[in-house]
Ligand binder design. Sequence first.
Ligand code: PRP
Length: 214
Amino acid sequence: MDEIKIALGKGRLEKFTLQALQEMGIEFPELKKGSRKLIFNDTEDKIRIVLVKASDVPTYVENGAADIGFVGKDTLLEQGADVFEVLDLGFGKCKFAVAGLPDQATKPNQKLTVATKYPKVAKNFYNNKGVSVETIYLNGSVELAPLIGLSDVIVDIVETGRTLKENGLVVLEDISEISARLIVNKASFKTKTERIHSFINQLDDLLKKHSIQN
Ligand code: PRP
């Protein structure tokens, strides 16, 4: 029988996801050794995880290279993907926000410039408000942009708020809440129905157990 392939994004969600899998009785002994490998089979050879860049998870799942993916709603909103989003996992909570200097002055008749790793999210947010903006794509350390005059504001994810605080920036507007989601490849949902449903149900039970405990 084919194993179920799971795409797991490295970074922010990795620890929580592996913990959830472990609580479901799915263990990856080699991963624990701090290996540099990118593909791991569980002890029963029923599940294979591939460790990928977090922003690539939807691509792996949409194209069927993975049946299932653990991914942040931030990535899904930015990339869009033709997949089923089946569960809100409740962990990896943060938010999208507009941030800038506390004394951010409005510049009449000038387009607002927004530095961000999430241009689609930023454009949608401002389009809905009827404000036209110029987005500047940055791949990280976005907080620098308003500090050195590259942009007026940033659109970014805020978790603890520490990065903003340490750089003298503040949240100017909240955009939307974010958490980790479980996504499933559309074809796999049909061809591996039983195993995928069983995986989703097991994970859902685990989440319910945790929400009762909290
Ligand atoms: C994200 C985000 C902020 C920071 C927010 O960056 O872009 O910089 O986390 O977290 P905080 O509110 O808890 O300080 P990430 O660490 O994912 O790295 P990146 O800069 O490479 O995007």
